[in-house]
Design a protein around this ligand. Structure first.
Ligand SMILES: NC(=O)c1ccc[n+]([C@@H]2O[C@H](COP(=O)([O-])OP(=O)(O)OC[C@H]3O[C@@H](n4cnc5c(N)ncnc54)[C@H](O)[C@@H]3O)[C@@H](O)[C@H]2O)c1
Ligand SMILES: [Zn+2]
Length: 535
């Protein structure tokens, strides 16, 4: 650390004179007086001033200049490393470079390490802090500038995880067909004839498809060990993760052996978390069995469980989890044949959300064919069914793909996920996830309308479509208090701003952060009025 103090009053006075004189002649020659005054300042103070003045634009100067200047500072670490006799490489060959820390503004010098030059760097960080003290003494002003240069050092590890997973469309109805090897092959090849596999399966799926699953794996010469979990939100808790972890320990899963997760969004979210935790990460394959999981929960990299806080005693939706990619996903839309209509409608909650924020084409399809798709267990009209699934997944991946770790918190796919988080967790609430998303989504339609973003016709059009999909558009749990608390929670979750997506037309959205309590109150009144009308 270097402390340069210009406390000598003669020097300070001289400096004041220079500053006064130098201003008017910036575009011309520096006056003789300035040169004279400069010469009158002690050498040590002049050198400190030069260091300070040159230090200010430090970051923007080329590396060679920076190196020279850092030598003039008390940078003991960089000097030592440069002179170290044990050093077998020179700075030139290592390609040392500089950057400015966007948070602290520190000047960072990075130096690649020889054996991992793309990943590991040694660094020195230099922070320059200055304080100026102005004091009036009789007829003169004394300016004292204190500059503190702090130098720290350490290492930086830079590693980008390769994320690559395929979302495979399996020919409809063939996932457990012994002629189709996709499911078997998704768990990897084991050359020495390793013939065991592990699968986490939703209890209802096991009841309906369990026998077929066993026959399938027997055909491929594989003994299948299963861990059965209940679907449904009430069972999406840490103890379900523990249950899988126990089963994995007992099964003795190999480190690179992918296990299967077959079920709806709940089972997939729990299994993903267990996969992320077991031995700090093992591969897993998602096989979604509900509409909601096919278009949403299976395509991204999120997993997690709801968490009951021991202090507040409240249960928070998806509060504990991770971003952890599956090794692949296998999508067979024939699972929807066994889904009841309420669960199918529930899946449409997420599809309609995507339509509202991203695609008027998708909305048109839901408006025209949504009811028929639900009535036919997503089979008629067949071309529309296929198009709806493919378009939804594509939009979802377009939104998630470039922002997998959610660095960007203004996310249109968060539409319907502001108020629904609390709604779903109200004790005794009977709302499914997609239903809660839809109630929230309709409330946001109303907020858009009351802000003048969309007209009354659009509100009615959307309300009619939601009704045709048998999705709820109101809930007695959606009170002003819950809505305001949701906004506060959004600020916590979205790092300081509400960032609530609202639509500006069908298929277009923006994120807003200035929703007021009055606006929510008015919105809830309007919501009731619209809900009371025929469409
Ligand atoms: N990770 C993500 O990115 C993501 C995205 C969206 C939703 N989610 C989560 O997904 C969950 C909701 O998923 P869900 O709607 O699939 O609920 P779910 O998993 O609870 O399944 C709903 C019900 O359907 C049953 N079921 C599953 N497949 C069936 C089938 N083929 N036939 C008959 N019954 C079947 C289940 O046993 C359950 O009772 C929520 O917890 C939500 O937070 C996660
Ligand atoms: Zn959701």
């Amino acid at each position: 650390m270097t402390v340069i103090t210009l406390s000598d009053s003669t020097s300070a006075q001289a400096l004041t004179t220079i500053r006064d004189e130098i201003g008017p002649c910036l575009n011309g020659d520096i006056s003789k007086k300035v040169v004279e005054v400069w010469s009158s300042i002690p050498e040590s103070v002049r050198s400190a001033l030069i260091t300070y003045e040159l230090g200010r634009p430090f970051a923007t100067l080329p590396a060679s200049t920076c190196t020279t200047m850092s030598d003039t500072m008390d940078n003991s670490y960089s000097n030592k490393t440069k002179k170290s006799p044990s050093s077998t490489f020179s700075e030139e060959t290592l390609g040392e470079f500089y950057e400015k820390c966007p948070i602290t503004d520190a000047q960072v010098k990075l130096r690649p390490l020889e054996l991992a030059p793309k990943n590991v760097f040694s660094f020195t960080k230099e922070n320059i802090a200055e304080t100026t003290h102005i004091e009036s003494k009789s007829s003169m002003t004394v300016t004292t500038t204190t500059k503190i240069v702090t130098s720290t050092r350490g290492w930086r590890n830079v590693f980008t995880l390769p994320i690559l997973y395929d979302v495979n469309l399996v020919p409809q109805g063939t996932i457990f067909d012994v002629q189709n090897p996709q499911l078997f092959q998704s768990t990897g090849f084991h050359v020495e004839g390793y013939n065991r596999r592990f699968a986490v399966i939703d209890a209802e799926v096991d009841r309906i498809y369990g026998a077929q699953i066993q026959v399938y794996f027997s055909h491929w010469g594989v003994e299948l060990t299963t861990c059965i979990l209940q679907g449904g939100e009430p069972d999406k808790r840490p103890k379900a993760v523990d249950h899988i972890l126990d089963s994995l320990c007992a099964y003795k899963l190999r480190r690179r052996e992918p296990f299967l997760a077959i079920g709806g969004g709940v089972v997939l979210d729990i299994a993903g978390m267990a996969a992320c935790l077991y031995r700090r990460g093992v591969p897993f394959v998602r096989v979604p069995t509900t509409l909601l999981a096919i278009v949403d929960a299976s395509v991204g990299v999120k997993n997690g469980v709801d968490y009951c806080c021991g202090i507040t005693e409240e249960t928070y939706k998806n509060r504990v989890g991770s971003f952890y990619a599956p090794s692949s996903c296998l999508l067979d839309t024939s699972f929807m044949i066994s889904q009841d209509q309420r669960n199918l409608s529930n899946g449409f909650g997420e599809i309609l959300k995507l339509a509202l924020v991203r695609s008027s084409d998708l909305f048109d399809m839901l408006e025209t064919h949504g009811k028929s798709l639900i009535d036919s267990h997503f089979s008629t009209p067949a071309t529309v069914a296929q198009r709806v699934i493919e378009l939804s997944i594509q939009i979802m991946l377009e939104e998630l793909g470039p922002n997998l770790w959610e660095e960007k918190l203004d996310r249109c796919v968060d539409y319907g996920h502001t108020f629904s988080k609390l709604l779903e967790m109200v004790p005794g609430s009977d709302l499914f996830h997609g239903e809660a998303v839809n109630v929230d989504g309709f409330f946001c339609v109303i907020l858009s309308y009351s802000r003048g973003y969309i007209g009354e016709d659009t509100v009615y059009r959307i309300l009619k479509c939601m009704r045709s999909l048998s999705l709820p558009t109101s809930s007695s749990d959606l009170t002003e208090e819950l809505a305001w608390q949701s906004c506060k929670d959004a600020i916590e979750h979205r790092n300081g701003e509400q960032r609530i997506p609202l639509i500006t037309s069908i298929g277009e959205s923006i994120c807003v952060s200035d929703i007021t309590q009055d606006e929510l109150e008015h919105g809830l009144e309007l919501m009731e009025i619209f809900n009371a009308k025929e469409t």
